[in-house]
Design a protein around this ligand. Structure first.
Ligand SMILES: *Cc1c(COP(=O)(O)O)cnc(C)c1O
Length: 418
């Protein structure tokens, strides 16, 4: 459920017409609906209300400060993967005790900063990381709180690039290595074992893999208890999918919570969840302008001013994004076409072989479901300044990240002078 809708045939974000924002900030731009973000968080929180839980929004999905700020105000914590994300969390006032730190490659300085801020726990992904953590915590006169990320080896049946919980992935510790590593962790002087973590993938559209993963994790938890290690937290990661296409409807968070709660029945444990996409994905769109219509020999192309440097998902994972005109007009002809950008790559498209209304040059179009893994993955490829980000609250909007300037593109560069 989101707050992007047509009013008098003009696509609005909440109560603001997107054409009005385009006039003020130019195109392309990302537009986020604060009400949608908050609604998604509330749905999650209510669904898990029956048990002790902590929602740690995955910052990497959309890390704009205004987005993080409106989520923190709803009481969520954060799942971070870098010191940059830690800094963002600090700037919006997220308390350390609501932060978990994931990722296979945590550097020394990142670990130090996170220990310094007093985060809830590190999701440890290797033995080397565990030993490094123990060493750094010792130097700092602290204990490092940890969970071990275990690979439950379930197939999430999603795109291979966004599947993370299988034996062949770089993430986590294999199921069989988990108990020995926990025993080792428990013996280290500057490590405090708090929990168990897993994250099996992203854009999951069925619940069975989550249930399988939780079952595997709970079996481990029992075995650990028998070995004298009592866990306080189980972190199930993120991964719940969102509808990108109207026909395909992933499970609702309530249903997701329902099956997990059934497995957990009355265990004395706090559940941590790290949703990213399901919170911000459908709370954002990318608005772009049609530059040219090109009738190729076999295909028609709608060439827009947004490219794969602005929204990488189609090029990276062949992701589907719905494309809509900002001004809806009835009785337009429809035809099958590709929506492409200006980048010098054949993978530069936002929609392929799509039945769309006849767009006109100069017209605005909206690329939906772009609030997660959209702006955050954008780059300056082809020396294109990164686009503006706008947030809407009711009938007001604000630029929450200015469009980059051409000067900014080059500000860190210099000629080779000795
Ligand atoms: C990316 C990621 C998430 C969020 O995934 P979504 O599919 O956006 O919910 C959560 N936890 C970890 C460890 C991740 O890498």
């Amino acid at each position: 459920m989101d707050y992007f809708h047509y009013v008098d045939n003009q696509l609005h974000c909440e109560k603001v017409p997107l054409s009005k924002i385009a006039q003020a900030v130019g195109t392309p731009f990302y537009c986020y609906s604060e009400q949608t973000l908050q609604r998604h968080v509330r749905v999650f929180q209510e669904a898990f209300a029956p048990i002790s839980h902590l929602i740690c929004y995955s910052v990497k999905a959309n890390s704009n400060l205004a987005v993080l700020d409106s989520l923190v105000k709803e009481g969520v914590g954060f799942d971070i993967v870098s010191v940059g994300e830690l800094e963002r969390a600090k700037r919006v006032g997220c308390p350390g005790e609501k932060i978990v730190f994931s990722g296979v490659g945590k550097r020394r300085d990142e670990i130090q900063s996170a220990l310094d801020y007093g985060i809830l726990m590190f999701n440890v992904e290797s033995k080397s990381e565990l030993l490094r953590l123990n060493g750094i915590a010792g130097e700092m006169g602290k204990k490092a709180p940890i969970a071990i990320r275990v690979n439950p080896d379930v197939d999430p049946k999603t795109h291979p690039y966004i599947s993370t919980g299988m034996r062949t992935n770089k993430f986590g510790i294999s199921y069989d290595q988990a108990i020995p590593l926990y025993l080792e962790a428990a013996s280290l002087k500057n490590i405090e074992v708090l929990g168990l973590d897993c994250h099996i993938g992203s854009q999951l559209t069925s619940l069975a893999p989550f249930v399988d993963a939780l079952k595997r994790v709970l079996t481990l938890e029992k075995e650990l208890f028998a070995s004298g290690i009592k866990l306080q937290y189980i972190d199930l990661g993120g991964g719940l999918g969102i509808p990108y296409e109207e026909e395909q409807v992933p499970p609702h968070p309530e249903h997701y919570a329902g099956v997990l709660l059934a497995e957990l029945n009355n265990r004395n444990i706090t559940l941590i969840l790290e949703p990213g996409r399901v919170i911000s994905g459908n709370a954002g769109i990318l608005v772009s302008q049609v530059e040219y219509i090109k009738q190729g020999e076999t295909k028609k192309f709608i060439i827009t001013d947004a490219g794969m440097n602005d929204l990488l998902r189609p090029a990276l994972y062949e992701a589907y994004h719905s494309v809509q005109p900002v001004e809806r007009r009835f009785g337009r002809e429809e035809s099958v076409c590709d929506v492409v950008g200006p980048i010098c790559e054949s993978g530069d498209y936002s929609a392929r072989e799509r039945l769309l209304p006849e767009f006109q040059e100069g017209e605005l179009l909206a690329i939906r479901s772009a609030g997660a893994y959209g702006f955050v993955m954008s780059s300056n490829y082809n020396s294109r300044p990164r686009v503006a980000e706008v947030m809407v609250r009711g009938d007001k909007f604000a630029v929450v990240r200015r469009r980059e300037t051409i000067d900014q593109l080059m500000e860190n560069e210099s000629l080779f002078e000795l």
